[in-house]
Design a protein around this ligand. Structure first.
Ligand SMILES: CC(C)(COP(=O)(O)OP(=O)(O)OC[C@H]1O[C@@H](n2cnc3c(N)ncnc32)[C@H](O)[C@@H]1OP(=O)(O)O)[C@@H](O)C(=O)NCCC(=O)NCCS
Length: 181
């Protein structure tokens, strides 16, 4: 089996090139129709402002940020929101799972998820929660990786070009035996 064309790492601080690359990935995903908090068209200024705010959370230790890079630069990312209410210190939310369209369908999404799960364990977390557009590409990924489906909320958000979509909640118990063990 050949080595993947990308590498995944955790960033503890964001510099301008990181923010530029992350903005490219976010804009590409919104352009491609992903429902990830933003409406189309997403301007570079708004995308950059979003990643600056994420960078502040990363620097404060409130978020863990993973990025994937290939020969063309930054091509994927995912975050864990570590900062939770005091009665949920064991939990994190997995958010903004994004793979640039040029890098999809090669296993990068799965690699980012596994890296996020490993990072969550390193941070002392035992429970992860996420939500995904019902019936979208991401749902298949999460189900394939063994995430447990909780249920559907109809009419949860707007798609980038308008029209409501449902969201499905999932959780992952990090204390459970890994699949295939
Ligand atoms: C959802 C998303 C992260 C998946 O990323 P990805 O890198 O394409 O994920 P993978 O490559 O691991 O899996 C995607 C598909 O490629 C297939 N695949 C993986 N490796 C492969 C390979 N080497 N050869 C052929 N196919 C492969 C997988 O089986 C999967 O197939 P499926 O879509 O039929 O289930 C990506 O589509 C994305 O960023 N979407 C927009 C943003 C978004 O919606 N994020 C989720 C928010 S909840």
């Amino acid at each position: 089996m050949s080595a993947p064309a990308w590498s995944v790492r955790r960033l503890h601080a964001l510099d301008d090139p990181h923010i530029d690359g992350l903005a490219d990935v976010l804009i590409d995903c919104v352009e491609g129709g992903a429902s990830v908090s933003f409406m189309h068209p997403l301007s570079r200024d708004r995308a950059v402002a979003f990643w600056h705010r994420v960078g502040q959370g990363v620097a404060a230790g409130e978020r863990a940020l993973l990025v994937a890079e290939d020969a063309g630069g930054l091509c994927g990312t995912v975050q864990l929101v570590l900062d939770q209410p005091e009665n949920q210190p064991h939990r994190a939310d997995l958010v903004k799972m994004l793979v640039h369209r040029r890098a999809r369908g090669q296993g990068l999404g799965a690699a980012l998820m596994r890296a996020a799960e490993a990072t969550a364990r390193e941070c002392g977390k035992t429970l992860l929660v996420l939500d995904a557009v019902t019936g979208g590409d991401a749902e298949r990924l999460y189900q394939r990786l063994g995430w447990a489906r909780v249920g559907v909320i109809p009419g949860y958000a707007l798609l980038p070009r308008g029209g409501l979509c449902a969201t499905t909640y999932y959780y992952f118990d990090l204390t459970a035996e890994p699949q295939g063990s």
